[in-house]
Design a protein around this ligand. Structure first.
Ligand SMILES: [Zn+2]
Length: 305
């Protein structure tokens, strides 16, 4: 793996001279003085090229607990609800689809309504998606040609925070969409309650996360080709908040992340947990009103020709 680094300016507005914001042993996040986007200034080239995700992360996405969580019936409930609100049928490209969790749920719940394609830089998980019957394209999303194929919807679920140049990807998505097509983005929320309370101790301040967006900065990222249809706060995991609050702020190991992920997945699937879900959903909605949820999602649409 190459050890070169790429030096960046603000990935949203292009300004320089950011101020240090969050810092822990293996990551320093700066904040743009112009638009408040949080970002890592100096990024390993292997992150930018995707090489890191193919070579050292592929196996992680195939761990039994990770697969069980990503393919749990409840895993993509929120994403599906948002997606269905705008797109009732058509061709869908999921960028960074990993082992195909989202597309598999989409096909299961709405059979025959969508033609699904997944793309990812990580070959192992993509092979898993293929075995589920999902059409897959491995490699560089940016090399997909709009002359060959266009889509009714493109999704980036928890992808843009990993990219060295997220604007490049959104611009390309706009080119690959049909006129009036929808683009969905979900990222960790830089203004979440968790970041406000925990700061650098939050487990999702981690080396692989290069960008820290908010609803406002996602709006700015849309550029000229996409209009903003909706910005919504989503997800709230009190277990992570409590665990990291009690923690020391050292990086959380993959095993620890998986243990909590497994517990959360079990809880979501447990039949007895109905009232708990209701309370949780109400709390999540209340946090959403104040922009404090763990994640923020944006719905963009290409301009009608
Ligand atoms: Zn900026």
């Amino acid at each position: 793996m190459t050890a070169h680094f790429i030096e960046r300016k603000c990935p949203v507005c292009g300004a320089g001279n950011p101020a240090p914001w969050l810092s822990k042993s293996d990551v320093t996040v700066h904040r743009c003085p112009e638009c408040c986007t949080g970002y890592v200034k100096s990024v390993p080239a292997s992150f930018a090229s995707g090489e890191f995700y193919d070579e050292s992360q592929g196996a992680f996405y195939l761990l039994p607990d990770k697969l069980a969580g990503d393919h749990s019936p409840r895993r993509f409930d929120r994403e599906l609800r948002l997606f269905r609100k705008y797109v009732k049928a058509g061709s869908v490209l999921d960028v960074g689809c990993s082992s195909g969790g989202f597309l598999a749920r989409l096909g299961e719940r709405y059979p025959g309504q969508y033609q699904v394609t997944g793309t990812d830089v990580s070959s192992g998980p993509l092979e898993h998606a293929k075995q589920l019957g999902i059409e897959v394209v491995q490699g560089d999303f940016l090399s997909l040609s709009p002359e060959q194929r266009r889509f009714d919807a493109i999704t980036f679920w928890a992808v843009l925070e990993h990219l060295a140049d997220p604007r490049l990807f959104l611009d390309h998505a706009a080119r690959l969409l049909v006129p009036g097509g929808y683009c969905f983005v979900l990222v960790p929320n830089a203004r979440s309650l968790a970041i406000r309370v925990l700061g650098h101790r939050y487990r999702y301040v981690l080396a692989e996360h290069l960008n820290y967006f908010s609803g406002d900065t996602l709006r700015k990222l849309a550029g000229d080709q996409l209009r903003v249809v909706d910005i919504v706060g989503t997800h709230f995991n009190p277990a992570v908040l409590l665990k990291d609050f009690r923690g020391t702020g050292r990086p959380v190991t993959r095993e620890e992340r998986m243990t909590l992920y497994r517990k959360t997945t079990r809880l979501k699937e447990a039949k007895w947990s109905g009232p708990l879900h209701l309370a949780h959903r109400s709390l999540e909605a209340a946090l959403g009103l104040f922009g404090l949820t763990d994640n923020v999602a944006a719905v963009f649409q290409t301009r009608q020709k």
